[in-house]
Design a protein around this ligand. Structure first.
Ligand code: ZN
Length: 200
């Protein structure tokens, strides 16, 4: 009992108790911080479209191994195109057909979600957003999202439109995308010089 009544020993016990309590508080704070961090990072992964978003036809998705003709107007990729662009493509297709050329459309209108997904995929492919942006525009800047662009799959059709498309106002608008066409001049006009790439 002499020890318990020793004021110095009591003080040491109090210090030990406070130190232990302080340690427990620090450990709990660390656990809470970790839990909150994990919760929010997994939450972000769920809500971020690139994480779980699975694009469908409703987003204008055309499967990698598929393409549309100018007559597949029930597909949202064509149905939501600028009507003037679709009309120009159809008229050009009639003329191209005489040369044995079929326009195989691999992309047309795209939802902003699909565009965001394509950009995220490109960032993974190219390793940086800076390089990815040379090939894939943002949802805010993409002419696919506004329905004013189509991509054509085969080389002969691409070359045909590059040579003759201006008769219907159809122009290659990016120098590094031989497949990407927009209405960029009046029918019969001169196409503007293509921009260097999708960064605009
Ligand atoms: Zn394109």
């Amino acid at each position: 009992m002499a020890v318990l009544s020793d004021p110095a020993a009591g003080h040491r016990r109090l210090v030990l108790l406070l130190a232990t309590a302080g340690g427990i508080v620090l450990v709990l704070a660390a656990i809470v911080t970790l839990a909150v961090t994990l919760t929010f990072s997994s939450f972000a992964a769920v809500v971020r479209p690139a994480g779980i978003f699975l694009p469908t036809e409703e987003d204008g998705l055309i499967a990698d191994d598929a393409s549309l003709s100018v007559d597949d107007e029930s597909h949202p990729a064509l149905a939501r195109l600028d009507p003037a662009l679709l009309e120009a493509l159809r008229a050009a297709q009639v003329a191209a057909e005489a040369d044995g050329i079929r326009f195989d459309i691999t992309s047309g209108w795209r939802s902003a979600d699909l565009q965001r997904r394509l950009l995220a995929d490109a960032v993974r492919t190219y390793g940086s957003e800076e390089v990815a942006r040379q090939y894939v525009a943002t949802p805010e800047t993409s002419s696919h999202v506004t329905g004013q662009a189509v991509d054509i799959g085969t080389l002969d059709a691409q070359l045909w439109i590059i040579e003759h498309g201006r008769e219907w106002g159809l122009c290659q608008t990016y120098a590094n995308e031989r497949w990407h066409f927009e209405r960029a001049t009046e029918p019969g006009g001169e196409c503007p010089t293509p921009k260097l790439d999708a960064r605009g």
